[in-house]
Write a protein that binds this ligand. Structure first.
Ligand code: GLU
Length: 311
């Protein structure tokens, strides 16, 4: 009997439980799912619950229930990033021990006069030569060689971290792991080979690649999908209508999301079963129409119309 084929593709969807799933995160879920399925790969669901002050109670369960209602099927159990804290600390300690990370006591106020770059305040390196406060954050040393990668949709992208962001925080002063460190460790530990996510995280990627390089982790492939805008070209946000997606009409919303992802679903697909919609979507999945796009228009029209009718 031939050995079962081990998937060489591992993808994931990694929502933060800061609120219910909205249309933008649905697009990331769909794109990462279809990309994994079209490669006969695995698709993992990881709840990134590492920032309790920003989280909404019950949002994790709501997100999982919504994904279930849409017919997503993840491989293995849902994982919670907070359960990997011991590993995050282990990697942090290793970086500190090697002297590539250092404690920093600078407050936001201390940095108020620092120059700002495209990523916000550029850390001037104040604590590089030491600080002896009790409560500190931890920053990682950066260098000024350009860190570049080839994004599956956005092409070449790069940053010189030292001059564009400065040394960045990998462990917060309030004792919580910072997103960049947690995401890099978890993607590595879970064997993720390709990350498909929203374009809002494109400019985080060089910092994450820097951490991968310091930790000796392989860099996965990256695909940053465009953000959905309303017909006026505004990014969908809570104000412009990125309400929680409708779990009552998954087929309709799924098909409209596929349309936004420029997959050209046939007109009658919304009346098919979820299973048939997913079969069509997997069989026809292509990134090509999204290449180079930073925004895609529309998406919630039917939902918005329905909401307006209810108002
Ligand atoms: N947890 C992040 C978010 O919900 C996404 C992280 C990622 O995909 O790398 O914005």
């Amino acid at each position: 009997m031939p050995a079962p084929e081990t998937p060489t593709y591992v993808g994931r969807f990694a929502p933060s439980p800061t609120g219910p799933l909205h249309f933008g995160s649905l697009l990331a879920a769909i794109a990462s799912y279809l990309q994994a399925r079209a490669h006969n790969g695995r698709w993992l669901l990881r709840i990134e619950d590492i920032d309790p002050p920003r989280e909404q109670q019950g949002a994790d369960r709501l997100i999982v229930a919504t994904l279930e209602a849409y017919g997503f099927e993840w491989d293995g159990p849902v994982t919670y990033q907070s359960n990997n804290e011991r590993r995050h600390r282990e990697v942090l300690d290793e970086l500190l021990k090697r002297g590539v990370a250092y404690p920093c006591a600078c407050s936001r106020r201390d940095l108020a006069g620092a120059p700002t770059g495209p990523l916000g305040a550029i850390y001037p390196g104040t604590c590089r030569s030491g600080c002896n406060a009790e409560e500190t954050a931890v920053r990682v040393l950066t260098h000024d060689r350009r860190i570049t990668f080839h994004d599956g949709l956005q092409g070449h992208y790069g940053q010189r971290l030292e001059s564009e962001s400065g040394d960045f925080v990998i462990w917060r002063r309030d004792g919580l792991v910072a997103y960049h460190l947690a995401v890099v460790v978890d993607d590595h530990d879970q064997g993720v080979t390709e990350i498909v996510r929203g374009i809002d995280l494109l400019d985080s990627t060089p910092r994450q690649i820097h951490l991968q390089q310091l930790c000796g982790f392989a860099t996965p492939r990256y695909v940053h999908i465009p953000v959905a805008t309303n017909p006026d070209g505004q990014k969908l946000s809570k104000l412009t209508g990125a309400a929680a997606i409708d779990a009552q009409h998954p087929a309709e919303t799924l098909v409209s999301a596929l349309r936004v992802l420029r997959q050209k679903p046939p007109g009658n697909l919304a009346s098919a079963s979820l299973q048939e919609i997913w079969r069509w979507a997997t069989g026809h999945w292509t990134l090509t129409p999204l290449a180079g796009r930073k925004t895609v228009q529309g998406g919630q029209d039917s939902m918005l119309q329905r909401e307006n009718r209810l108002r």
